[in-house]
Design a protein around this ligand. Structure first.
Ligand code: DP6
Length: 365
């Protein structure tokens, strides 16, 4: 597949105005995307669990503008209030995708967005936010061209979301998403994410992710800066090869439910991501002392409790605790007794694997 697949055919309908709302979830990578080439092409494939509770809801109102110039016309609201500091990000996104959605120049858009998680939680909203926005714009494209199939709708939404934020392409569907070409995975692509196409053991269904908010501050390193650090990084090539290997290994692990090996790959991925940041120039330590305390506690509890919880990390200090749904009671008790003390203001978010974005119908908004 090439990007030309996503160029629109001539629209044969006229749509003057409308409104649509989508709710798109966040996702947590098991195999991390870290490093990219031009045009948001990932340096290696990544695999993620789609989440459920952490989500962004975005309403887009659109109205055709007659005799418009060549610029874009939009306003951005966050929780119903104007938020002009988000507008440059939207403008960059529109510029990147207008080639694939030329109607963007013909409408005025009011984009109203809100997150289910607190803005200052240190949880990035770019994945869920860009996914919800891409879906809303695809809705308008489908109005203009009703022949668009459901499959193409989701694939192009993922393609567009990727151009907004790489990991966003994995937030369109669920429950396990793969983004990036991999030799053993038919249909895999650098351009969009696909549903993981192989067998997945029951133990992974309904997997839990409790997000421990260790540091709710602004990200110390933006993802753009972070990905850039992989250019000229002394260990980049080995890291990219490792991600391919991890995805190959996970095939058997996910099919058989081999939790021991699952844990080993997932924790290694998290630590490698941070190791890449610690060994780049400039270098960064994004974990906090409490991140390490939590990791040590998890290892100690796992060794003595016959449970299978493990951790993963994003490019920050918060810890995602992953565990099978059958171990929920034991692990939740452990989190309350031993881990909450390391969270900022004792805050954490209980989430689990979800099945992707949904349209929110007017009566529900
Ligand atoms: C560490 O998707 O936020 O969460 O493409 O620059 O928007 P941009 O980066 P982004 O990077 C996410 C990096 C990560 C790992 C992952 O989600 O795979």
């Amino acid at each position: 597949m090439t990007h030309t697949e996503f160029l629109p055919s001539k629209y044969n309908r006229i749509v003057t105005e409308g409104k649509v709302t989508f709710k798109a979830p966040s996702n947590i990578a098991l195999v991390k995307y870290w490093g990219k080439k031009e045009d948001q092409i990932p340096a290696n494939p990544s695999l993620s669990f789609t989440l459920d509770a952490c989500a962004t809801t975005t309403s887009i109102s659109y109205a055709i503008v007659k005799g418009k110039g060549s610029g874009f016309s939009f306003e951005f609201l966050f929780d119903g209030k104007p938020k002009p500091d988000f507008e440059p990000k939207i403008l960059t996104f529109f510029k990147r995708i207008v080639y694939y959605l030329p109607f963007l120049r013909e409408y005025h858009f009011t984009i109203d967005t809100s997150n289910s998680f607190p803005h200052s939680s240190g949880i990035a909203s770019s994945a869920s936010g860009m996914a919800a926005l891409a879906l809303g714009l695809m809705h308008l494209e489908k109005e203009l061209d009703p022949k668009i199939t459901q499959e193409f709708f989701f694939r192009k939404a993922s393609f567009l979301a990727r151009l907004g934020s790489g990991s966003a392409c994995r937030s369109i569907e669920g429950d396990l998403m793969l983004w990036g070409g991999h030799k053993d995975i038919p249909g895999s692509s650098d351009l969009y994410a696909i549903k993981y196409p192989f067998e997945v053991h029951d133990v992974f269904h309904g997997y839990h992710d409790t997000i421990l908010l260790v540091d709710k501050g602004q990200k110390q390193v933006s993802s753009t800066v972070g990905h850039d650090l992989m250019h000229g990084h002394p260990f980049a090539e080995q890291r990219f090869a490792q991600a391919h290997e991890h995805i190959s290994k996970l095939r058997g692990v996910l099919a058989t439910g081999d939790l021991k090996e699952f844990i080993s790959i997932v924790e290694s991925e998290a630590l490698t991501l941070h190791a890449m940041m610690m060994t780049s120039r400039p270098y960064f330590i994004l974990m906090k002392p409490n991140t390490l305390k939590i990791i040590e506690k998890i290892w100690a509890f796992r060794a003595t409790s016959n449970t299978h919880l493990c951790f993963t990390l994003d490019a920050g200090a918060n810890v995602h605790v992953l565990y099978p749904k059958d171990e929920k009671e034991k692990v939740n008790q452990f989190i309350k007794d031993e881990l909450v003390a390391y969270c900022e203001n004792g805050q954490y978010i209980c989430d689990r694997i979800g099945f992707g974005a949904k349209r929110v119908l007017p009566a529900q908004v």
